[in-house]
Write a protein of this length. Structure first.
Length: 144
């Protein structure tokens, strides 16, 4: 269900309650619905649709940020995040269908559109994941 996961180590000493509040406020400033999960105490969020431009939550469908504590259970030392990119996969599927339809209309053989679609998925998916991951990590580092 989640396409991207990662960890960010924190250098500053912040308690769990304070960091949760900062994360929720930061996500709400970006028009995301953020709340604390009942299961494990992680911050879960769902961005508002139609984020455009270089928005840190662009193309993210849902996400979860969990907090890892130090041995003394006093301060948060690491943020673990997981992001789902359903919108991006739907966009890639739409582009693939458009390429396929255009190729059929133009009368290309079977292998040409198939190769273009495979390359679009490989490079489009990889580029999108790298872009989304870097924007989200930058956002988390500024909030934390």
């Amino acid at each position: 269900m989640y396409d991207i996961s990662g960890k960010i180590s924190l250098q500053n000493k912040t308690t769990k309650a304070v960091l949760r509040e900062r994360l929720i406020e930061g996500l709400q400033r970006l028009s995301a619905e953020a709340y604390i999960s009942d299961e494990n105490g992680a911050v879960e969020f769902k961005p508002a649709p139609k984020n455009r431009g270089k928005h840190p939550l662009k193309n993210i469908t849902i996400g979860q940020i969990s907090l890892a504590m130090d041995e003394a259970q006093t301060y948060v030392t690491q943020l673990n995040y997981r992001l789902s990119l359903l919108q991006m996969r739907i966009s890639l599927l739409t582009i693939s269908l458009a390429i396929w339809a255009y190729s059929l209309i133009r009368g290309y053989n079977f292998w040409t559109p198939l190769a273009i679609i495979i390359l679009a998925w490989i490079f489009g998916y990889a580029f999108s994941i790298l872009t989304i991951r870097s924007r989200f990590q930058n956002f988390l580092q500024t909030v934390a």
